[in-house]
Design a protein around this ligand. Structure first.
Ligand code: FAD
Ligand code: UDP
Length: 381
């Protein structure tokens, strides 16, 4: 079969690889000049530091098969994400943990005492938190919410936390010990030579042809036996139902001689500071030595038609529009929509790879049984 992947990010690369290994011919298109999608890394020309061009990416997972999969294509170096937050001229530990609580309230509480202390501040009148704000007030109380979450979230999403779903905050834990690992997962690390080399390794198969700088047009669908589309779902249908809302990011690069901030990611909680965070890329490769340092100040704003879509907003209006696009997708023959843009969801890399493996296997099963492959292997809503 002659198969087409739109997008050479993790979705397109992993599905392409699986189908190439099953003896299919695969052509992969990407509109950009490079592979790896938003996980693309490159060496900064001036400092030679490995740089996460579209924002900081840390690989973490509980999925053993996915961890083994990525380790087939790259050596992973141990890396633990430890994020700090600057609020009102002081630096605190994230995610909110015993150190944060003791720093913030100038206390020396032990775990049980801190739990009781925060429990007394938390708003227990909120039974079923409906918004981000209610979720935060229920779990950490007003003081910590206003310091660490309110301003940051307003900047990140461009709206008041009371208007955002609770699910956004559920991604962040609160701990009553000194564990400042940002993630809960069993496996965490950084590909030694960056994500671009990792994705190039996945794509390195005689049955795969990669065409960079080549946007895929809908009219090309009929040239292939099946298309896997990891571009924007609304874009495939020429935005006929309107544009699905995204936040985009602007990165302001600057160079520093030495060590600028002492860690990879420093968040800024105050609303008066216009950026959300600063990434100092060399701290993602602590096994390398660099004197110079490259840093990105990160600003979030509404995504316009010519901007790169980063975070799907998924508010009520967008979900109604998404439902209309899903109907269109389901009545389109020969195309499966995949990945973060094709299904309009925030997906971590490990979930993207898990879903890509499942899509490829699902497709091969359909082929064997004679069933028509669905538009979505995972329903976006
Ligand atoms: P993408 O990487 O977006 O790839 C899609 C590709 O399709 C792009 O290269 C695009 O150019 C191409 N394309 C689109 N339309 C067309 C077309 N018509 N023709 C040709 N090509 C087209 N995940 C983690 O696990 N850990 C993290 O720390 C983490 N940090 C993140 C930080 C930020 C700021 C963001 C936004 C995301 C982060 N993620 C993180 C998520 C991660 O970026 C995604 O899981 C991953 O990029 C999804 O891969 P994908 O292939 O689905 O999409
Ligand atoms: N968040 C916050 N303050 C922080 C970090 C995160 O308010 O210092 C909120 C913000 O709304 C963000 C969400 O928590 O969108 C999820 O945080 P995470 O660090 O997982 O964001 P991502 O890696 O997706 O940018």
């Amino acid at each position: 079969m002659k198969l087409c992947m739109v997008g050479a990010g993790f979705s397109g690369a992993v599905i392409g690889r699986e189908l190439a290994e099953a003896a299919h011919q695969v052509v992969i298109y990407d509109a950009r000049h490079h592979v790896a999608g938003n996980c693309y890394t490159e060496r900064d020309e001036e400092t030679h530091v490995m740089t996460h061009v579209y924002g900081p990416h840390i690989f973490h997972t509980d999925d053993v098969e996915v961890w083994d999969y990525v380790n087939r294509f790259s050596t992973f170096k141990p890396f633990t994400n430890r994020v700090k937050s600057t609020v009102d001229g002081r630096v605190y530990s994230l995610p909110v943990n015993l150190h944060t609580i003791n720093q913030f309230f100038s206390t020396a509480l032990r775990p049980d005492e801190a739990r009781a202390f925060i429990g007394a501040k938390a708003d227990d009148s909120i039974k079923e938190p409906a918004s981000f704000e209610e979720q935060a007030l229920k779990f950490v109380g007003r003081d910590l919410y206003e310091a660490f979450f309110k301003g940051y979230t307003q900047k990140q999403w461009g709206c008041h936390p009371a208007a955002l779903p609770a699910s956004i905050l559920k991604r962040l834990p609160v701990r009553f010990n000194y564990n400042d690992n940002y993630f809960f997962h069993r496996f965490q690390g950084m590909p030694e030579h960056g994500y671009t080399a990792l994705v190039e390794g996945i794509l390195d198969h005689p049955n795969i042809e990669v065409r960079l700088n080549t946007p895929f047009q809908r009219a090309m669908t009929g040239d292939y036996d099946h298309v896997f589309y990891s571009g924007p779902l609304d874009g495939y249908f020429d935005y006929s139902e309107g544009r699905l809302g995204y936040r985009t990011l602007d990165f302001e690069r600057f160079i520093h001689d030495g060590d600028y901030q002492g860690c990879a990611v420093m968040n800024y909680g105050d609303e008066s500071v216009p950026f959300t965070r600063i990434t100092e890329h060399k701290h993602f490769s602590p096994w390398e030595q660099h004197h110079g340092s490259v840093c990105y100040r990160e600003y979030s704003r509404a995504c316009g038609p010519h901007d790169i879509p980063y975070y799907p907003i998924r508010m009520l209006d967008e979900k109604m529009m998404l439902a209309r696009y899903m109907e269109k997708a389901k009545s389109t023959d020969g195309v499966t929509f995949v990945g973060r843009l094709g299904t309009y969801r925030y997906l971590d890399m490990d979930v993207t790879i898990r879903e890509a493996l499942d899509v490829a296997r699902g497709f091969l099963c359909c082929r064997e049984s004679g069933d028509t492959p669905p538009a979505f292997f995972t329903e976006p809503m």
